[in-house]
Design a protein around this ligand. Structure first.
Ligand code: ATP
Ligand code: MG
Length: 878
């Protein structure tokens, strides 16, 4: 039997069934589409359910695939048996109401024994005990001795899943030899030990189960087969376990290399090596298909796989991050079959790294906390960790319970499981309460309900207040707590933080509760008017219902207010200086920085800009009081308050007034314009037809800008040796003049030198008829010099025909010029260049009096130049 590689076997199978008129389809994604009953695709047929039930038409009645599969139910088996992976690939051929048992059985045998050359003496078919039809085909068509066919019962060989299509199976087992068996005299195909390995399962879906165990024959009979690619590779490569097939063994080797632990030396470390190998393979494939680590559903499966792999890494003594590197080996061996792994390499690496880092931190923090607890308990002579402590480790610090159990066991201790479960239950109740407080979840980033009470904003009057945590969101999911290092969103019932709104940036600051500090770096309002505080926990942990002190970063808030009030002054000034047609078209307010878009049809002149800047600063210097008051919309309109065109306002609006400016505005403002400090326009330009943008700075930013300009001037004054900045302009003018003069001198010197060289070269020219011919390899410093020289030759001597070459490394530049007399005689520089460069593997072209080209083969250059004389003679008929 030839030893086929795993990738070869995949192709052999698919090609074999293509020959049998099957349509080859690529593997479906691991995330099931339109099938809520399944977390992850676990077999070849799973993504084809609707083709089997007849709900949807398959693209062809015969299909074959190699399907990526994840079996969460096998996770615990991984590393312990030699034939189970949490991820594996399943080859399958399928018939939707087309061929049935006869062809399926005959082709199974043909592929295994003839195409792959597996010894038929080691293969054992099995059939369902009542399926005489399949038995007959094996005996009479394939020619298997009846005693070699195993008849198995419903548990093993009848595929049935509640109601719907179902039917008997016929499997093929491979005998790995008595030495791999359990030794039981009754050991035969179907035994759970590692001797007889099921490689292929043919399911004949021929009945419909009505759900009550009544079976009726289906009119459309189907074939659904599954052949584990990894297991087939074991058989074909003569290896004992799926971890030793050619592709997977490279992951095993890499794990060994990283951990410096040899494989097949110690049974325990072997399990760890296999677990890591399997889990990193499954994780890489899952992330590639769009699964991300989370606390629920398939995201949790992924998190569990990655964390288990990380933990086994620690058991092997690896204490740095390694999984994110290991995934490259997985990608390498799979990229030919799944090319999207290549495109997503950076993404996969990042996801794994982030998860691994998070887990490592958790483990370190959790282990030290658990050790402290263990010491405390031991001192008190207690051997059972309380449910509350175990739960705190798990819930607040993300420390896995199984790890707690393992570590406790090392100290002869246990966990109060019952109390742990109760805490878990309470936590679920709290989470439910939080969910109710928020309303329904929707929206990729979480949409909070419209129905619940809005957050109260206290930030006009105060920048500090106390409030309660209504909800916590981490990784797009509702959580009951958030801890040190975690990023997330905290929802409060009351807040002084201004959220990003109407162009104004959000406040930053902190939420504190005892030792715990959450840094707020962004604030948004949800549709239900809930304030979402984005940020991360600097220290400690926060839990739903905690009372927190919210404190806005005043320096940032003041800078934002300076920019916002200045924006109102600018708006008012633009309308006064440019006219009433000026309407706000957009605005952005950041700390001491603003951007204001408005309708206007021409660029602002320097004078206008200066006048605008001047008026705004005058209003600042006047120290005008700023007031904000709420009133009915009608009243505000009567006051002449500027509203945004097209904006919808409620019945009650807030009007902000300062000097001649009155605007409808919800933003935070100074109480006096003087506090803006100063205002300076940094740019003005068009952003669309009829819309201009002014960018400006205020307060500290204007001081910074002034200082940086001053620094720049002083540096220039030094560099240009000016007595004071006032002299700079004169100095620069003088320097420009000097540079101009020097450049003219250099150019004339270069022309002169080219002229001198040209005269020398002309001496070497030979004559052909009335013309002078010159070929030469010249020493020029660059192609420009060569051109100057050639021009000079042509201008000096009308009879000249010159071909000059210049070699720079392995690049040859050639120029040809023809004087007026030569051109009149019918000689063309362009033709000469073409003929000559052809001889040195190059090309070129140009006009009659000047042409240029290049080539590569310097060894032929001299003979190419020598050929010019003959070319000319031919041309002139001499
Ligand atoms: P087993 O009893 O060995 O777990 P199974 O009955 O679960 O196998 P099927 O559901 O019939 O297997 O899947 C079809 C084929 O997929 C099997 O014949 C086998 O080759 C392969 N297979 C199943 N589970 C795994 C796994 N965890 N890892 C690798 N291959 C598998
Ligand atoms: Mg199984």
């Amino acid at each position: 039997m030839k030893k086929y590689g795993l990738n070869e076997l995949r192709e052999l199978f698919l090609a074999f069934f293509e020959e049998k008129e099957h349509l080859r389809l690529p593997s479906f994604q691991l995330i099931p589409q339109n099938d809520a009953s399944l977390l992850l695709i676990n077999s070849g047929m799973a993504p084809m359910k609707t083709w089997f039930t007849g709900e949807q038409e398959p693209p062809r009645k015969r299909v074959c695939t190699c399907q990526k599969c994840i079996r969460t139910t096998d996770i615990e088996n991984v590393g312990k048996t030699s034939r189970h992976g949490s991820y594996f690939e399943m080859l399958g051929n399928f018939s939707f109401g087309d061929y049935f048992k006869h062809d399926a059985i005959v082709w199974t045998w043909e592929f295994l024994t003839e195409r792959l050359g597996i010894d038929p003496g080691l293969l054992y078919p099995s059939v369902y005990i009542e399926d005489n039809e399949a038995f007959d085909i094996w005996v009479n068509v394939v020619g298997i001795a009846p005693e070699r066919i195993c008849k198995l019962g419903k548990d093993d060989n009848f595929w049935d899943h509640g109601s719907g299509p179902c039917g008997p199976c016929s499997e093929v087992y491979y005998d790995r030899g008595r030495e791999n068996g359990c030794g039981d005299p009754g050991c035969a195909p179907g035994c759970d030990c590692d001797r007889f390995v099921e490689v292929w399962n043919n399911v004949f879906t021929q009945f419909d189960n009505d759900g009550a165990g009544n079976y009726t024959e289906l009119s459309q009979k189907n074939i659904d087969t599954g052949l584990g690619l990894d297991r087939l590779a074991c058989v074909c490569q003569g290896v004992d376990s799926m971890f030793e097939v050619d592709t997977t063994v490279s992951i095993i080797n890499k794990v060994s290399e990283i951990s410096s632990v040899d494989y097949k030396v110690n049974a325990n470390s072997d399990i760890s090596i296999r677990v890591i190998t399997d889990h990193i393979r499954a994780s890489t494939m899952m992330i590639c298909d769009g699964v991300l680590p989370s606390n629920e559903g398939r995201g949790y499966v992924l998190r569990r796989l990655l964390r288990r792999a990380a933990r086994h890494g620690r058991l092997l003594g690896i204490d740095s991050l390694f999984l994110y590197e290991l995934c490259h080996t997985v990608i390498d061996i799979n990229k030919a079959a799944y090319p999207d792994l290549i495109e997503k390499t950076a993404f996969i690496t990042r996801v794994i790294r982030t998860e691994e880092e998070g887990f490592n931190k958790t483990i370190d923090a959790g282990t030290s906390m658990l050790n402290d607890l263990i010491n405390e308990y031991k001192t008190g002579g207690i051997t059972t960790l309380s449910g509350a402590d175990a739960f705190k480790l798990y819930d607040t610090y993300g420390f896995p319970l199984d790890l707690t159990v393992d570590i406790l066991a090392e100290h002869g201790m246990t966990v109060d499981n019952e109390a742990f479960d109760k805490s878990m239950d309470d936590q679920r109740k709290r989470a439910r309460k939080a969910r109710e407080a928020l309303g329904d979840l929707a929206w990729a980033g979480i949409e909070l309900g419209l129905d619940s009470t809005p957050t109260v904003f206290t930030g006009y009057e105060n920048t500090i207040c106390t409030g309660n945590i209504l909800a916590i969101i981490t990784q797009n999911e509702i959580s009951s707590s958030i801890r040190e290092g975690d990023e997330g969103i905290i929802v409060l019932d009351k807040t002084p933080f201004y959220a990003e709104m109407g162009g104004q940036s959000a406040d930053h600051g902190t939420l504190t509760c005892g030792e715990a500090v959450f840094d707020v770096t962004g604030v948004q309002v949800s549709k239900g008017d809930k304030y979402l505080h984005y940020g991360s926990v600097r220290s400690g942990a926060l839990t739903v219902d905690d009372a927190v002190t919210s404190e806005v970063d005043l320096t940032r808030r003041r800078a934002i207010m300076r920019a916002h009030s200045a924006t109102h002054l600018l708006h008012d000034t633009l309308r006064i200086i440019l006219g009433d047609h000026v309407n706000q078209a957009g605005s952005l307010v950041e700390p001491d920085k603003l951007r204001f878009d408005f309708t206007h049809f021409s660029a602002l002149t320097k004078e206008e800009l200066s006048e605008i800047e001047h008026r705004v600063n005058a209003m600042i210097l006047d120290g005008l009081p700023v007031s904000a008051s709420e009133m009915p919309l009608d009243e505000a309109k009567k006051l002449g308050a500027t509203a945004l065109f097209g904006e919808k306002y409620g019945d009650i609006v807030r009007v902000v007034k300062m000097g001649s400016s009155a605007e409808l505005c919800g933003g935070t403002h100074l109480d006096n314009t003087a506090k803006a400090g100063s205002f300076s326009i940094t740019s003005e330009f068009s952003i669309a037809s009829g819309v201009r943008r002014v960018e400006a700075i205020t307060g500290v930013a204007t001081l910074d800008a002034l200082n940086s300009a001053r620094g720049c001037l002083s540096e220039l004054t030094g560099l240009l040796k000016a007595g004071s900045p006032d002299e700079l302009a004169g100095k620069v003018e003088q320097n420009i003049k000097t540079i101009r003069e020097l450049r003219a001198m250099v150019e004339s010197a270069a022309a002169k030198s080219a002229g001198g060289e040209a005269v020398q070269l002309l001496d070497k020219a030979g004559s052909i008829g009335d013309l002078l011919v010159l070929t030469s390899i010249v020493e020029a410093s660059n192609a420009d010099k060569l051109r100057q020289l050639a021009d000079s030759l042509r201008d000096r001597e009308p009879r000249i025909v010159a071909v000059l070459a210049y070699v720079d490394g392995d690049k040859i530049t050639i120029i040809s010029v023809c004087g007026k007399t030569a051109v009149d005689a019918g000689i063309k520089a362009g033709e000469l260049i073409r003929d000559v460069t052809k001889l040195i593997d190059g090309s070129g072209g140009g006009k009659a009096d000047f042409a240029m080209g290049g080539g590569k083969d310097a060894s032929k250059l001299k003979s190419a130049l020598d050929s010019v004389e003959n070319l000319l003679k031919t041309k002139l008929g001499i």
